[in-house]
Design a protein around this ligand. Structure first.
Ligand code: PMV
Length: 323
């Protein structure tokens, strides 16, 4: 039996950085999906084919997974397999192939999507029934094993889909019933390294811990207000709260002049709000605006040197494609 599973990427709407310190955040799954194909092998081997991360014809004994040097491109899939096998040992082997991937450079969470897909695929292949929370726990453990830091919001988006109110480390994962929201995403052209930025902010906070704590708390205060505004479709309020959130992100030192130029360009083109999405230091920003202003906002991003990326929000979580 060969199966195909897919999982969505994510966009952090509000609450980044503060979420690492226990404050709530809002994340949405986007309609860019990562797909992989998987099948059981009679021989006890693990095979991986993921050309997008330069893994071609990778093969090892199932007994050796997670051991020896694991190439960078294979880490997320292989450690997901290790975590799965630790709980649910199997007699056979498995082959996993990436069918399509979205560009890792945008920061849409390709690693989380691949981990979510891998664990979902293993569950389907070996007849293990897990709730979303159990899937989340295995996937989040994998991400921590590979990169050591991360609040897990991206894993939640990949598994649950939709738009979520998320509290680290998966303490609360609740859907938000958003009214339609027009967003425009702009890529800054710079690939950011989330783990490095999170560590840098943590390091810098040591000089003025009280100040940083109160910034996180202020960001945290915005989230219930933004959730309410999302549910009632109060788009102008959402925009205003995003702008306030952006101010706090600037105060954490994670902005860049390019991101700021794009953000101001959107606001000047009529957007209700614009902010960084994610760790900062590069990757993407997004804005919310009316349909009538969309074209102007898109042009403003381009004029500021950014790339407009079309994404829809609130996409479905990890799923089997060939039932
Ligand atoms: O850069 P992204 O999109 O992976 O988002 C990072 C968000 C942080 O809050 C800074 C870190 C985290 O794991 O929540």
């Amino acid at each position: 039996m060969e199966i195909i599973v897919s999982a969505p990427g994510k966009l952090m709407l509000m609450g980044e950085h503060a979420v690492v310190y226990g404050y709530p955040s809002i994340v949405t799954a986007i309609d860019q999906r990562l797909k992989l194909r998987a099948r059981v092998l009679e021989k006890k081997v693990f095979e991986l084919y993921a050309p997008d991360v330069e893994i071609i014809n990778y093969s090892k004994s199932i007994l050796a997974v997670g051991k020896c040097e694991v190439p960078k491109g294979a880490k997320f899939v292989e450690l997901a397999l290790v975590n799965f096998l630790n709980k649910y040992p199997v007699k056979e082997g498995v082959r996993i192939e990436t069918v399509s991937a979205f560009k890792a450079m945008f920061g849409f969470g390709s690693s989380s999507a691949i981990v979510a897909c891998t664990i979902k695929a293993l569950c389907v292949l070996f007849g293990v029934k897990l709730s979303n929370k159990e899937l989340f726990n295995l996937a989040y453990q994998t991400v921590l094993d590979v990169q050591g830091v991360g609040s897990g919001f991206d894993i939640a988006a990949a598994i649950y889909g939709g738009t979520l109110y998320y509290v680290y480390p998966g303490k609360i994962i609740r859907p938000i019933n958003t009214k339609a929201l027009g967003i425009v995403v702009g890529y800054s052209g710079v690939k950011a390294d989330t783990a490095i930025i999170v560590k840098r902010v943590a390091e810098e906070s040591k000089s003025f811990p009280i100040v940083y704590k109160s910034i996180y708390a202020e960001i945290g205060q915005l989230i219930p207000l933004a959730r309410k505004a999302l549910v009632s479709g109060k788009v102008k309020e959402i925009g205003q709260l995003m702008n306030i959130n952006q101010g706090y992100l600037e105060s954490l030192g994670v902005g860049t002049s390019k991101l700021s130029q794009m953000i101001y360009a959107c606001r000047e083109a009529g957007a209700w709000g614009a902010k960084i999405s994610g760790a900062g230091g590069g990757d993407c920003m997004f804005s919310v605006c009316s349909d009538k202003d969309r074209l102007n906002v898109e042009q403003a991003i381009k004029k500021a040197g950014g790339e407009v990326i079309k994404v829809g929000i609130g996409a479905e979580g990890v799923r089997l494609e060939n039932d």
